[in-house]
Design a protein around this ligand. Structure first.
Ligand code: KG4
Length: 333
């Protein structure tokens, strides 16, 4: 089954063709990051306009590069939540029109379910149940994935997402947006014990997380140093900060796996590209004898293929979108 899949929830316009949920025939991505970089973050209105300008040409290119014709498409899938509402709407409306014109089913897909499904593309043997940590720019959640379409959030950040914390830290260090990768690069060779940052624990909710205190601590440290005219060890700061994020994510995920009886751990989302977090997960999983799945770097960030992968399983579960399908800024998993 060939699914034409659209993703436009933030600042990437992406169109993919995925076969049977597991095989990428093409994955076309147009990143708007450079457009937003001058503003230090995503400007929703600019994102929406840019999606409008690029989605049609990307869809045509996806069909060409997949080596198929429009008649070969069995279904159309689209991210319908969560995300920037204007941005999501562009994808939803375009996908609705495609499905109608081609006379094929429309499959709405939750963006974070898509991130989780990126792992099905990379690991043919991976099947639920498993425990998943989804870490992206807008979400940080621990998910009990009981089936392809049966998921329960068991823990979440109470405030900022991990990716947001990377982006804000980068901004205070005058690094470009999005800040995760520049922080990752700056941290290479940095001394991770140079600065001590808080790691939050939410009383009574051991699987919940919080990153706003860490973000504030970094901002205060940088501003205080500036006011006193003190030099900051930038690689040391990036490494110490990343260690604090990792120490908040990795042990908590391991604890949840142990308590829920899982020996399969999946990590998903843009922040899963972080080299320190990947290494810490690998070491922790090896120590406990758990199987670890993290997507290759190109499937960590937003892409259309992950939407096509999850859409296949949503389709098998009977999920369909009608011509009244709407876009949603927030939505339960
Ligand atoms: O999953 P994603 O592409 O978009 C959302 O669905 O939100 O995640 C984007 C986030 C951004 O905050 C970005 O700074 C972060 O992923 N990110 C990273 C790295 N690469 C991207 N964070 C840490 N280390 C990285 N190497």
């Amino acid at each position: 089954m060939k699914i034409l899949a659209f993703e436009s929830s933030c600042d990437e316009t992406a169109v993919a063709v995925v076969e049977d949920g597991r095989k990428i025939l093409t994955d076309q991505i147009f990143s708007q990051a450079d457009l937003h970089a001058v503003y230090g973050g995503v400007v929703p209105e600019i994102a929406s306009r840019c999606h409008v300008e690029s989605i049609s040409i990307l869809a045509q290119r996806a069909i060409e590069r997949a080596g198929i014709t429009k008649e070969d498409i069995d279904a159309v899938a689209v991210t319908y939540a969560p995300g920037l509402i204007g941005a999501v709407l562009v994808g939803v409306n375009f996908a609705k029109a495609c499905a109608l014109a081609l006379g094929v089913p429309l499959i709405p897909v939750h963006h974070i379910r898509g991130h989780i499904a990126a792992n099905y593309l990379a690991y043919p043997e991976l099947e639920p149940p498993f425990l998943c940590l989804a870490i992206s720019g807008g979400n940080t959640i621990l998910v009990d994935v009981r089936g392809y379409t049966d998921m329960k959030i068991i823990g979440a950040t109470r405030d900022d997402a991990a990716g947001e914390c990377f982006d804000k830290t980068a901004r205070v260090l005058d690094l470009p947006y999005p800040g995760g990768r520049p922080i990752d690069e700056l941290a290479q060779g940095g001394d991770d014990s140079k600065y001590t940052f808080p790691i939050a624990h939410v009383e009574g909710s051991p699987y919940d997380m919080s990153f706003s205190g860490l973000k504030t601590a970094v901002i205060n440290l940088v501003h205080n140093a500036e006011q006193k005219g003190e030099e900051i060890d930038r690689p040391g700061l990036a490494a110490s900060f990343t260690k604090a994020v990792s120490d908040s994510l990795v042990p908590r995920t391991m604890m949840a796996a142990r308590e829920l009886g899982y020996d399969k751990i999946v990590v998903a989302g843009g922040v899963a590209a972080n080299s320190r977090i990947r290494a810490d997960f690998k070491a922790a999983a090896e120590k406990r004898g758990y199987k670890l799945y993290i997507p290759p770097l190109k499937l960590c960030g937003d892409n259309g293929a992950m939407i096509g992968a999850q859409a296949y399983y949503e389709y098998l579960a009977g999920v369909r979108g009608g011509s009244d399908l709407n876009a949603y800024a927030t939505m339960d998993l």
